[in-house]
Design a protein around this ligand. Structure first.
Ligand SMILES: Cc1cc2nc3c(=O)[nH]c(=O)nc-3n(C[C@H](O)[C@H](O)[C@H](O)COP(=O)(O)O)c2cc1C
Length: 387
């Protein structure tokens, strides 16, 4: 059993144990990958203020996100095709989240369905919705999420058109993989992945196949998804979905102050400051750099969460210190899943919680609620002086 001490250890194992097309799908950004890279490197620019001679007993990392108790303010972000990183990946990640006391978000583009997650977990999870042109599909997904007891709808706004990721095109990404010689060899040298995948019935997009009109097999699924993301999504359509759902609503993919203000005025329960992990608008600034101005713009009108670039508990602390009420992680837990299945997701969450706890202690803080700018050394040009 390898000794895992950080997310990077899990990433190395993920790469070794997962077919290339799925590892690449995870570990890439769009176009030049500038935004993808800066999401992580900008966290490094923020530095921490060390505090000594402060009582550090009785520290707590717990808090709340949209009123739900969380063991730490870190939710698992929606990640498409998680069930291709490991067989039944979404079920494994949801179970690990439940055990760790943090929210799990299921993507519309998942392999395991809403019903699969409900069947294998007890804690309510969050469902992420992509707005499709087919309103019948959207409404039935909302109904299914309600029936499964989902406690929040996460509406993603930044992927109505796909940012190009070169590697996915070159690898011929698909779920399940096409049986080309290259793919067969790639799977054959990863026997554990392949055997687990052969043993499960969950190998394609189970939220869609059988639920969207006319989608019954892989080729109809491909053409359906290619043409279904609604390029005319606007606030009116978002309002229709809000009314249809009627429960807690989180708007994901906000990176601009004006959009953040509009989302807060609209009455979102939370917004997620996110550039989709650098997978959409390459050239946008990192989420962590955009966070301070968005926090200023919305005040306490809505909860502000942040994702994109978090790879450690220190990163979580930095986001909270800059005013986020909560955070989400994507690749950090997917590396755990690809490395060691459910146990790996648990490990990723443990690593992050421990790093957060120890870093809080060294910063002289006992609770996540007390974190603030006083814990940080922020470069003068951090927010940027752009016209
Ligand atoms: C492989 C992959 C697939 C993703 N799929 C979705 C998705 O289906 N829906 C969604 O809203 N966001 C999706 N995202 C974005 C994540 O929810 C999240 O915003 C991002 O991963 C955060 O960045 P991080 O990976 O640096 O933590 C995906 C991200 C990755 C890496």
């Amino acid at each position: 059993m390898p000794v895992i001490t950080c997310i990077d250890d899990l990433k190395r194992l993920h790469k070794r144990r997962t077919p290339k097309m799925f590892y690449d799908y995870c570990e890439s950004g769009s176009y030049t990958e500038q935004t993808f890279r800066e999401n992580t490197s900008d966290f490094q620019r923020l530095r921490l203020r060390q505090k000594v001679a402060v009582d550090m007993l009785g520290r707590r990392t717990d808090g709340t996100m949209i009123g739900e108790k969380v063991a730490m303010p870190v939710a698992l972000a929606p990640v498409g095709m998680t069930g291709m990183q490991r067989a039944d990946g979404e079920i494994k990640a949801a179970r690990a989240a439940e055990k760790a006391g943090v929210p799990f978000t299921l993507s519309t583009m998942s392999i395991c369905s809403i019903e699969d997650i409900a069947e294998h977990t007890k804690a309510p999870f969050w469902f992420q919705l992509y707005v499709m042109k087919d309103e019948g599909f959207v409404d039935s997904a909302i109904e299914r999420a309600r029936a499964a007891g989902c406690s929040a709808l996460v509406l993603t706004l930044d992927l109505q058109i796909l940012g190009q990721r070169h590697k996915d095109l070159k690898n011929g990404l698909s779920a399940p993989p096409r049986l080309t010689l290259r793919n067969i060899l790639d799977m054959a040298i990863r026997p554990q992945w392949s055997l687990e995948m052969l043993a499960t019935k969950r190998r394609t997009f189970r939220n869609i196949v059988g639920h969207a009109k006319g989608v019954g097999d892989l080729s109809s699924l491909m053409s359906w998804t290619n043409e279904q993301f609604d390029p005319q999504l606007d606030w009116k359509k978002i309002a229709r979905i809000r009314d249809q759902w009627g429960g807690k609503l989180i708007l994901k993919g906000i990176l601009d102050e004006d959009d953040a203000r509009a989302a807060a005025d609209f009455g979102a329960d939370a917004i997620i400051v996110s550039n989709h992990g650098g997978r959409q608008l390459d050239g946008a600034l990192s989420s962590i750099r955009m966070l301070p101005r968005i926090v200023r713009a919305v005040g306490d009108k809505t909860e502000v969460f942040l994702d994109s670039g978090i790879r450690s508990g220190q990163d979580v602390l930095k986001a909270l210190a800059l005013g986020a009420k909560g955070t989400m992680i994507g690749r950090a837990y997917i590396h755990g899943l690809g490395a060691m299945g459910e146990e790996g997701v648990t490990k990723a969450l443990e690593v992050i919680r421990k790093e957060l706890d120890i870093t809080m202690a060294l910063c002289g803080e006992k609770s996540v609620e007390n974190l603030g700018r006083h814990n940080l050394l922020i470069p003068k040009d951090f927010e940027g002086d752009y016209l």
